[in-house]
Every structure is written in C-alpha cells, then in structure tokens.
Design a protein around this ligand. Structure first.
Ligand SMILES: NC(=O)c1ccc[n+]([C@@H]2O[C@H](COP(=O)([O-])OP(=O)(O)OC[C@H]3O[C@@H](n4cnc5c(N)ncnc54)[C@H](O)[C@@H]3O)[C@@H](O)[C@H]2O)c1
Ligand SMILES: O=C(O)[C@H](O)COP(=O)(O)O
Length: 473
C-alpha cells in the first residue's frame, strides 16, 4: 500500500498487536532534530484518545513497511504478515540505485547474502530501524555504520550450517571420483569408464579452515566416513571426535588432501588462499570454497589447476554473483569465468550451500521472530551489531507503563542524564549495555500518563548523545 494511502509521510510510528498484547512503537528519523512521532493505543483498544498534535502521528502495526529481497522463505513472510506489517517481496536482489530508491520508505529490510547494504545505501534509509539477514553471513552489511545510526542487524547464525556441511561431504566425494566430469561427458554421449586419479575418501586427510558452525559440523560427518580431520582457526577451539587443531594455516595446507574453507569474509580473510598458499598444498590435493568468493584468489586457483598442482576444486561462491537466476555466469560478471568453466574436475555451484528446504524454513522463522521482537519490543537478543538487551517481562501493556529505548553514543555521563529524565517516573526495570561506540538502554517505567510521553521522548531526544529514541506503549 503506498504511504499516502495510509496517511504516514516520511516517518513512521507503530502500534503492534503481538501475542494478544497491544504495543505501540515510536520510530524516529536519523536526522539530528527529528520530528517527534508518538502514538496512543488505537481506540479499539480501550478507547483512549489518539495523540493528534501537528508532529504526532497515530500509528498502527500495519504502518510498518517491510521490504524482503532475495526470495526470503514463506515461513518468514508469514510471521511478518501476521503482525499486520506491509510486506513487499522480491525474488532477487536490487542494483544499488534501485535499492536506494526502495529503502527510503521502509522500516524493516530482509535480505540474503547478495544485497549490499553499504553506508552509501543506508544513508538513504531514513526510516529503517532494523535489518534481517536471512542467512549466516553479514559481510554484505556495513554493520558499523548501521549501529552508529541506530539500525539493528540480525542474522541466522547456524540454521543452514548442516546443509552446507552435507553439501561439502557430497562435493568431496564427487571430486575424489571426478563425478562432475563423468556426468558432463555422459550428458554429451561419451562413455568414459576410468579409475586413474579416482580415490576413496576413507583414510584421507580433510583440512578445515575455520572451525565454526559449518566447519565443526563437517568435521563430525567427515570422521564418520573414515577421514582424518585437521583444522585451522584463529581461535583455540575444542576438537570434536579425533580431529586436531593445527598451529598454522601452512601446517594444515602441507598435510591435507582436501582443504575446505569456512571462514567469514573479513579484511584478514580476503585472498586467504592465493599463489603462496596453493603452493603450500600437497600436489594432487583438492580445494573447496563455500564461504565467500573473495576468500580465494581465483586467477591463482586457475593457474594451479592448469599446472595440475591441484587435482580438483569446488566453488560454491564467487566474488561477483548474479542478482538473480538465469544465464548470467559469464565473463561480464568476473573476467576469469570462462577460464573456470574450461577446467576439468572443478565443481561450480550457484551459492547453494545453505539452499535446502529445511534451512530456508528455519531461517525464515528465526530471523522473522527476531525482527518482530525488535520492532514490537525493542529486544536486541541475537543482534550482530548492537549490545544484546532484553528485559525479563513486559509490562508496557499495563496502564501508565511505557518502555523507553534509547540508543546512544557510548560516552561518559549519559546514564546520569537519562536517569534524571526517567527519575520523574517509577523505573520498574532497566538494562543498558554497550558495544564499541554504541550503547543501548531499555527501561520499563510506570507512573507515566499519556500526556507526559511527548515530554519524556523530547527530553531524551535533546540529549547530545542520542542516536535513536523509541517510546513503546
Ligand atoms: N555457501 C553458503 O551457502 C554458505 C552458507 C553458510 C555460511 N556461509 C559462509 O561460511 C562462513 C562460515 O560460516 P560459519 O557458520 O561456520 O561461521 P562461524 O562464525 O560459525 O565460523 C567461522 C570460523 O572462522 C574462524 N576464522 C575467522 N577468521 C579466520 C582466519 N583468518 N583463519 C582461520 N579461521 C578463521 C572463526 O574463528 C570461526 O571459528 C560464513 O561467514 C558465511 O560467509 C556460506
Ligand atoms: O551466509 C549464508 O548463510 C550463505 O552464504 C547463504 O546465503 P544465501 O541465503 O544468500 O543463500
């Protein structure tokens, strides 16, 4: 529904009916002197009078605008729709200029690994309060910029880990037996029954780089097939089964028959595997990457494959990936695409490690629940860029109770000033925490009547440390 049809201009405020409870939310612009936005419970909930001052906008759950990109699963869509939010869904990601246009009016955006939410894009997201990454990776979002502008980010930390690990098991066997090449040949009508260069995986060494959710799950599955597992991680971790942590990446590369990458994309992991590391691998070993495309220097990999240093490779991820499905995996996207396509025993998959029915359904529920809890209650449990703050029970549906959420710069003296303001009322519960430069305060206060809410809100907004204020009631 266009915003004009529901009477909310640029900014939004909301009231959400969740879990049979009425909650109202105030969302405010990122600009330093925002127009205040408040709301009262709608008349259908107790007949209280709506706030109607010039700068105050009545707000309902259905005023919340949600943009879901990249084919977010129906499970997630249904949870958000049930809240009454306005949902727009697109199957693919958007180019930067289209994204900038679309993001201007929304309060919530749901994405997967492809959509790039850079500072440049987020600067236009004046109403955005929360980002849901319906995936594991969050490298596509400028997390710091988001936090510093009061935009909370959630992801799904492990709901697709098993799917990725299973795909890696299948791929390891497919590489060892050259199944991809035999399959391609037979599709061309060529019968090529060979055993040379084809191996069992039993007894071979699997080297896992990044022993987190995916890597450790893969470790367990690989040992069940009789593989010896070694791993390298920057953190000292408990080894599962009989796996062993290696002191350096080089030590792992020297010993592994199969090297598989499961690290996040961060500055330290870009081109983690380049010419030098490929030289450190055993001749005839295999390389698998299902983490992010930038972790492997692909021209270096092409050279290693052409020189027969490696016996095979599998890539599920690429530095540039198409926005949507179709015949788009060409040199226009990445200049070396044809080189990759022309190599033998290289398995190329379109970023499907986490693409199973089970994983997508679970991610949909997990992330949508986190979004609803944030929008309706301000709860940041599980956030990847904000302190995790929640209060033990909700009392804001009781008369004269409000929940204050105050996202602010983490500088000395703020709490004293905030509590001077809240101190005019009765603070039932309060929690505050900080993460880097940003702090998040949540307080449930009672003894506040509706006429005082505007002053309460404005006093908090006037503090120099303010990033974003919300008053829920
Ligand atoms: N292909 C897919 O569909 C797919 C699906 C899920 C996840 N992923 C990608 O895989 C990555 C890993 O997923 P996860 O859930 O296991 O993440 P995770 O955060 O649970 O684990 C990552 C591990 O990598 C380690 N690490 C970080 N930097 C390192 C370095 N320089 N060297 C060695 N280890 C390092 C961390 O300490 C951590 O233990 C995600 O960040 C995501 O980008 C891809
Ligand atoms: O980060 C992830 O979870 C994976 O890369 C999967 O991403 P996708 O949801 O875009 O398939």
């Amino acid at each position: 529904m266009p915003s004009s049809a529901i009477g909310i201009p640029e900014r939004t405020n909301g009231h959400a009916d969740n879990l049979n409870r009425t909650v109202s939310n105030s969302f405010n612009e990122l600009s330093p002197s925002p127009t205040a936005t408040f709301q009262s419970p709608p008349s259908s909930y107790g007949g209280q009078q709506r706030t109607s001052a010039k700068t105050l906008k009545p707000f309902h759950t259905q005023d919340i605008k949600v943009l879901l990109l990249e084919n977010v699963n129906k499970t997630g869509q249904d949870i958000l729709k049930k809240q009454g939010y306005q949902i727009e869904t697109l199957k693919s990601s958007l180019a930067e200029d289209e994204l900038i246009e679309k993001i201007k009016g929304v309060h919530v955006i749901g994405i997967r690994s492809k959509t790039q939410l850079t500072a440049k894009v987020l600067k236009h997201a004046k109403n955005l309060i929360v980002i849901g990454c319906f995936c594991i990776g969050t490298n596509q979002v400028d997390l710091k910029y988001a936090a510093e502008n009061g935009i909370c980010v959630f992801n799904s930390p492990f709901s697709n880990s098993r799917s990725v690990a299973e795909q890696m098991i299948g791929t390891i066997i497919a590489l060892a037996r050259q199944i991809g090449d035999r399959n391609n040949e037979l599709h061309q009508g060529v019968w090529n029954k060979v055993s040379a260069g084809c191996w069992e995986v039993r007894g071979k060494t699997l080297g896992i780089v990044g022993y987190g959710h995916v890597g450790s799950q893969l470790s367990v599955l690989a040992e069940a097939m009789g593989m010896r597992v070694i791993y390298y991680d920057v953190v000292n971790l408990m080894s599962l089964g009989t796996s062993a942590q290696m002191p350096t990446l080089e030590a792992l590369l020297n010993q592994a028959d199969f090297v598989t990458l499961h690290v996040p994309e961060i500055p330290e992991t870009i081109n983690l595997i380049s010419t030098q590391q490929l030289e450190q691998m055993k001749t005839g070993a295999y390389l698998l990457n299902a983490s992010r495309g930038t972790i492997v220097d692909i021209p270096a990999l092409v050279s290693a494959m052409q020189a027969r240093k490696l016996a095979g490779a599998a890539l599920d991820v690429f530095p540039n990936e198409p926005a949507g499905n179709g015949p788009k995996f060409t040199n226009d996207l990445n200049s070396w695409t044809d080189d990759l396509r022309n190599l033998n025993n290289i398995i190329l998959t379109p970023h499907i490690g986490g693409s199973t029915e089970e994983a997508q359904a679970a991610i949909g529920i997990e992330v949508a629940d986190a979004l609803v809890n944030y929008v309706n209650f301000g709860t940041t449990a599980g956030a990847v860029n904000m302190p995790e703050v929640t209060l033990r029970s909700l009392t804001i549906d009781e008369p004269n109770h409000v929940r204050v959420i105050y996202i602010h710069r983490n500088v000395p003296g703020v709490l004293r000033k905030v509590n001077e303001i809240l101190g005019d009322h009765n603070v039932d519960k309060q929690m505050t925490d900080s993460r880097g430069d940003v702090a998040y305060l949540m307080a449930d206060i009672s003894n506040v009547n509706t006429s005082q809410i505007k002053d309460l809100y404005q006093s908090l907004e006037d503090l120099g440390s303010r990033i974003w204020t919300r008053v829920l009631y």
